[in-house]
Design a protein. Structure first.
Length: 177
């Protein structure tokens, strides 16, 4: 199969990865799966994918270093970041590190393929007219701090000036995936 249709999925949720893999294979991709940054490094020694789907949260690690690794491996690679907890901070960092798109879970294969097709920016995108809510701003700040601390809950709580259990309760309401 043509190398340009090679794709790597970096995802620690085996069920989600398997489902996405099957769906993408039906669409003509040759799919490889890595469950951690270390597995990705090993995979890139022998494979040269043209596409990648990276989960932002890999166990206790961030998927952002994987984005940087993939972009360094092939700057032309189309990388889509998937996350269960979107924030402006992580979206900006993902794009800076080389991702072409940032999708919020639940996303399906159609969304991923559409993101590959929209790799360049669109200056005609409509501007949001609704102001951001306090809860959304709080959630974005929490996610920004989580990314800065390498997803360390205790350090994030300390930097935000809140009790660790309070932060844990907030994260339980909107799980980090």
């Amino acid at each position: 199969m043509d190398d340009i249709r090679d794709l790597v999925i970096v995802e620690d949720d085996a069920t989600f990865a398997r489902t996405l893999q099957r769906s993408l294979e039906r669409r003509g991709y040759r799919v490889h799966v890595a469950t951690s940054p270390a597995e990705l490094d090993t995979l890139l020694l022998t494979e040269h994918p043209g596409y990648a789907v990276v989960d932002l949260k890999l166990g206790n690690a961030s998927g952002l270093p994987c984005v940087a690794t993939l972009h360094a491996h092939d700057p032309a690679m189309l990388i889509v970041v998937l996350t269960g907890f979107a924030s402006i901070a992580t979206a900006v960092e993902a794009i800076k590190l080389g991702a072409c798109h940032y999708l919020v879970k639940p996303s399906n294969t159609d969304d991923v393929e559409a993101a590959f097709g929209r790799a360049s920016g669109d200056s005609d995108v409509s501007l949001a007219t609704r102001p951001t809510s306090i809860k959304t701003l709080e959630w974005e700040r929490i996610n920004e701090m989580l990314a800065e601390t390498g997803f360390n809950i205790s350090e994030t709580a300390r930097r935000l000036g809140m009790h660790r259990r309070t932060l844990a309760r907030k994260l339980e309401k909107r799980p980090v995936k």
